[in-house]
Design a protein around this ligand. Structure first.
Ligand code: FES
Length: 568
């Protein structure tokens, strides 16, 4: 099908909206409430209005479907005048504290005002005076900055199936908040941060740890403590994509070098702990398959998923693997080792995830968690830009610095399952576990993937759920006994950790999010392909750790340090 946008022909699919088609053709129609994910928009902001030939009224391009021969103008004088007026009205009720806002250099509303050349306050509106919700250690909610676009509500309810926040109140008092107007800490929120990822203003943000980490680095500089960091595999994959580097290992070395430069005495690779997670999880899976049950076993490295089960589907708590996440395994080992050596360690995890802050708060062993966004802010504060400067590169530190390709796969949906299957097959006697290919169902982009995999002479029934919305529907199928499974991987954020709530936001067009995820996913798979070690059990550092310290997977010391319990 073909439509005409600003006098130029544009090819489109029959299901496209005008916004989709224009965006793909490189025409940017400003928009605020339209999302970069599938759910239908609320069409609440009206910023995306366009002029359609033959129609008297302007139309919202985010809801208008294309039709053969449609002719639209996206930036006509009439459109620009009305679009500017809409933004001026939004600004009229917005607090003028942009200089102090966490989104000061990254606010979609502010960018839009600049784009539309809004240069004076023509309307005086009332600014909402509602308290900031700082009850959660992961997410901060500032209702006065909310423009009621509804992106967060859509993503929380439709995409993630959590429904922790919704519109409440009427007229001027309308706001987006958790049920009962309680704090986020006692709400149904699982802290996945997808609402933070899509919020166009400073109404939702991560609870920043940048200031406290800077403070700790000051103490480290004067020798009063030892600051150490660990870096999750999704972080270098993301930065490699942002910097245009083909190899995420180069990005890992750049971040390691940058963190050393600002005062961290040691920087570890969380992918090492992912290998350790695989060893423990594969052992646990084989134990459950051998009669211990219950099955299916659910992976437990995504903290928002764990909280989702605890809060929303407690009947499934026994199905969660008791393995801590890689972040918490690494944290436990770092603290324990420091205690044995009599060192005072300030331990920081760099994660793509807001829920990791809540996890660290609950499980312990960490002093701070920085999201990828906070990492970039922290480095900027110290005058370090993680560009492609070879002199800055440095390899992660031993003994938690070496990882297999399997460990690196943890950054994307399906990666934990793929890594665990390699080692479970080996533990069950397979000589050479098959290397999964990109065409295998395991690596498809489907939200729910089911397949079988050979482990110990049987075909294991497996499923991968990408995003909590997918996980919820899989749980419904399990509860209704419509599927029978042995092993299930869930990552809370669509696409896995690379799509986490703590990741850098898209800058412009809604199609950009999928492209970003694809670029990060390619790098994760590439890191696995190029890794000299294929599976967790091949990692000599992991083998040494068991030999010298932990004993065997599932043993007493492993259980003390690497496993956890849950609350239904
Ligand atoms: Fe279309 Fe808001 S109405 S983006």
């Amino acid at each position: 099908m073909e439509i005409t946008v600003n006098g130029k022909p544009v090819e489109c699919d029959k299901d496209d909206t005008v916004l989709d088609a224009a965006s793909r053709a490189g025409v940017h129609i400003p928009h605020l409430c339209a999302l970069d994910v599938a759910p239908a928009p609320h069409a609440s902001c009206r910023v995306c209005l366009v002029e359609v030939e033959g129609e008297a009224r302007l139309q919202t391009s985010c809801t208008m479907k294309v039709r053969e021969g449609l002719r639209v103008r996206t930036h006509s004088p009439k459109v620009l005048r009305i679009r500017r007026n809409i933004v001026e009205l939004l600004l009229a009720g917005h607090p003028d504290d942009c200089l102090y806002c966490a989104r000061a250099d990254d606010c979609e509303l502010s960018r839009l005002a600049a784009l539309l050349d809004v240069r004076e306050r023509r309307y005086a509106g009332r600014v909402k005076d509602q308290p900031i919700d700082v009850s959660s250690v992961a997410i901060v909610r500032d209702p006065s900055k909310c423009i009621l676009c509804g992106r967060c509500v859509t993503v929380c309810q439709t995409e993630q199936g959590v429904g922790a926040i919704d519109f409440a109140g009427r007229g001027f008092d309308t706001s987006v908040r958790p049920g009962g107007d309680a704090g986020l800490d006692v709400s149904d929120c699982v802290f996945c941060g997808q609402c933070v990822r899509v919020c166009p203003t400073g109404a939702l943000g991560e609870r920043s740890a940048v200031a406290e980490v800077s403070e700790a680095l000051g103490k480290a500089a004067s020798g009063r403590l030892d600051a150490v960091a660990q870096i999750a595999p999704a972080v270098p994959a993301t930065l490699a994509a942002e910097l245009g580097l083909g190899n995420p290992m180069a990005a890992l070395e750049l971040v390691t070098g940058a963190l050393r430069q600002i005062g961290f005495s040691a920087v570890y690779d969380t992918s090492f702990a992912a290998d350790l997670t695989v060893m423990e999880e594969a052992h646990e899976l084989l134990g459950r398959l051998g009669g211990g049950g219950p099955l299916p076993m659910f992976t437990s490295c995504s903290p928002a998923w764990v909280r989702f089960v605890e809060l929303h589907r407690p009947e499934f708590v026994p199905h969660l693997s008791t393995c801590k996440s890689p972040q918490q395994m690494a944290a436990a080992l770092i603290k324990e080792r420091a205690a044995r050596e009599g060192r005072d360690v300030y331990s920081v995890a760099v994660m793509p995830c807001t829920a990791k802050k809540q996890e660290a708060f609950e499980v312990g062993d960490l002093d701070a968690v920085l999201t990828t966004r906070e990492l970039l802010r922290l480095l900027k504060n110290f005058g370090v830009e993680p560009g492609n400067d070879a002199k800055l590169r440095s390899r992660p530190d031993a003994p938690f610095g070496e990882a297999s390709g399997a460990g690196r796969l943890f950054g994307g949906s399906g990666g934990v399952m793929e890594a665990a299957l390699r080692t479970a097959a080996h533990m069950a006697g397979a000589e050479t576990p098959p290397r999964a290919t990109a065409s295998a169902p395991l690596r498809s982009g489907e939200r729910i993937r089911t397949f079988t995999a050979p482990v110990g002479g049987r075909e294991l029934r497996c499923a991968v759920a990408s995003g909590l919305g997918a996980a919820k529907s899989l749980l419904d199928q399990l509860a209704a006994k419509k599927v029978d499974l042995d092993f299930v991987e869930v990552m809370s954020c669509p696409g896995g950790c690379i799509g986490g709530g703590g990741q850098p936001r898209r800058r412009r067009d809604r199609s950009g999010h999928d492209e970003m995820l694809k670029a990060r996913r390619i790098r994760i798979h590439d890191a696995d392909k190029k890794a000299p070690l294929h599976a967790a059990h091949e990692n000599p550092e992991v083998a040494r750790l068991y030999e010298e310290w932990l004993g065997a997977p599932g043993g007493g010391e492993s259980h003390r340090l690497l496993h956890r319990g849950y609350n239904a």
